[in-house]
Design a protein around this ligand. Structure first.
Ligand code: ADP
Length: 496
């Protein structure tokens, strides 16, 4: 199989799609010659096949990353690292139409949101480019005969494993802080969505990164992903994905070389509406909270909690709003919700919908597939649920939310925090005291007030409880990619 293929996107753009593994600055075939297909979730047809990385390819990529780390990358100035990241950010913006088109084709996300992802990815890279020459240690005064200082050194070769729900955005969130702090990277994309990252690898070449600094490989979790997390020469692994796999990665790291691990995992986030909220705004945010990206967000506001005084009115208006979301072909103007990413995800979500119906929850809208081709599921709202139901406790990762009633703040906090997850939460109120008091009491890494799903590259993101370890974005992410060396210099004669 060749290393490129011309692809015509439904939006009329024709482009050259790389298919190889991007290792040491060039596209290559996998050692074992394996390939795998990637499917268009809109029509269930094969788009193309890409080369698959196995353990041997991971080894080659790690060697390239190690050599780059000990070679040209070691001597590069922080200013130059920043310039390269900024250049890559510019290139992402220049290629936004093709990149967003690839996302819509391979992932199924509506073009308007796919563009938003690429734009946000570009901002993220530019932001971390700005950090490159501002990473500083401390001098610490202990006594007059000592000079103490700290160095914030790169950790080394970083393995990065990303999911399929935000291919370009996760690519940028991972690469930005790792490169800004002087590490090298072997990044594995999700097997469902390999295409945009490979196209973006051509932009890494164009930006002028030395070979081996950023390696991008396509492959399966249990093969290439496992090879990364158990590799003896990878110093750190950063993972975004399910809590189940997060545990496996932590175990693999513990069993191998105790590489540093950061995890951004699942969620079952509460989105709370107080009776004084601006109802129209709240409903738009609740709608966006669950149906944005077809519910395939780790921070999706999948548990809607509404005060009893406005419950009936809310449910009626929310239903009307969700019914207006345009569900369909991601390339069509105005589409809000496209297909789910894969048959497997589609089946999982439909399984949860059946489960909810069997448990006695009331389907307010949706509860079934849309059409008979493509992985489309109607926006679904369940009411009359309780915290014992699976649909209230488990991450569905689809366009399905539950709506519950509460009578006071004490009850809503109990309901909201009654989960093993702690990624995000939303509060809708016009009362500043309520907003601050409830934010303080929620066990979640991000609390959105009068908005939802609005991550920003300057503000940290990550989970409490089983939603993860560490924080991405903002200056906080730099800590994931640096290790601290403490240097103590004694001034004067021997003490003992
Ligand atoms: P999902 O269930 O939503 O597909 P996963 O957590 O399974 O999410 O996948 C997220 C990423 O983790 C993907 O890149 C996938 O290939 C990878 N992955 C899956 N299983 C493993 C594993 N055992 N070890 C390392 N990576 C894995």
């Amino acid at each position: 199989m060749s290393l490129t293929q011309e692809i015509s996107l439904p939006n009329g753009i024709k482009y050259e799609q790389p298919l190889g593994l991007f290792i040491n600055g060039e596209f290559v075939k996998g050692v074992d010659g394996k390939t795998f297909e990637t499917i268009n979730p809109h029509d269930e047809k094969v788009i193309t096949s890409v080369h698959e990385a196995t353990e041997k390819d991971v080894d080659i990529a790690v060697k390239a990353a190690r050599e780059a780390l000990n070679g040209p990358w070691k001597h590069i100035t922080p200013t130059e690292r920043g310039r390269l990241l900024t250049k890559l950010a510019d290139l992402l913006e220049e290629h936004i139409d093709v990149l967003a088109g690839i996302e819509s084709l391979d992932n199924g996300k509506a073009t308007q949101f796919a563009k938003g992802d690429v734009q946000a990815g570009s901002y993220c890279l530019r932001y971390y480019g700005g950090w490159s020459d501002k990473i500083v240690g401390q001098t610490i005064d202990t006594d007059s005969t000592s000079l103490n200082y700290t160095l914030h050194e790169p950790i080394g070769v970083c393995g990065q494993i990303i999911p399929w729900n935000f291919p370009m955005l996760m690519w940028s969130w991972k690469i930005g802080p790792a490169i800004a702090t002087g590490n090298t990277v072997v990044l594995k994309t999700a097997e469902q969505t390999p295409l945009s990252a490979l196209y973006a690898a051509t932009l890494i070449q164009k930006a002028g990164f030395p070979p081996g600094v950023i390696n991008i490989i396509s492959g399966f979790g249990r093969v290439a992903g496992a090879a990364i997390s158990s590799h003896m020469d990878i110093d750190k692994v950063a993972f975004t994905g399910s809590t189940l796999v997060g545990r496996q990665i932590l175990q693999a790291a513990a069993k191998s070389n105790l590489k540093k691990v950061t995890l951004e995992l699942g969620g079952k986030s509460p989105n709370i509406v107080f009776p004084d909220a601006n109802l129209e705004n709240a409903i738009s945010w609740i709608n966006f909270g669950i149906y944005f990206n077809h519910g395939q967000c780790c921070c999706a506001g999948s548990r809607v909690l509404v005060h009893e005084a406005i419950y009936d009115k809310f449910l009626e208006a929310f239903k009307a709003r969700a019914e207006k979301n345009k569900v369909g072909n991601p390339f069509e103007e105005g589409t809000y919700q496209g297909p789910q990413v894969s048959q497997l995800q589609f089946d999982r979500i439909m399984g949860y919908i059946d489960e909810g119906k069997k448990a006695g929850a009331k389907v307010v809208i949706g509860g079934e597939r849309l059409g008979d081709k493509g992985y489309y599921i109607k926006p679904t709202i369940f009411a009359d649920v309780n915290n014992e139901m699976k649909i209230v406790q488990e991450e569905i990762f689809g366009p399905v939310c539950t709506v519950q009633k509460f009578k006071d703040e004490e009850e809503v906090l109990k309901l909201a925090n009654d989960t093993t997850y702690g990624l995000a939460a939303g509060i809708h109120t016009n009362d500043l005291n309520t907003a601050i008091r409830v934010s303080n009491a929620l066990k979640a890494g991000t609390v959105w007030v009068n908005q939802y799903n609005m991550t920003h590259y300057q503000t940290p993101f990550g989970g409490y409880k089983e939603s993860g370890i560490g924080r991405e974005l903002g200056s906080y992410a730099l800590e994931n990619y640096t290790q601290i060396k403490s240097v103590r210099i004694h001034l004067g004669d021997a003490l003992f």
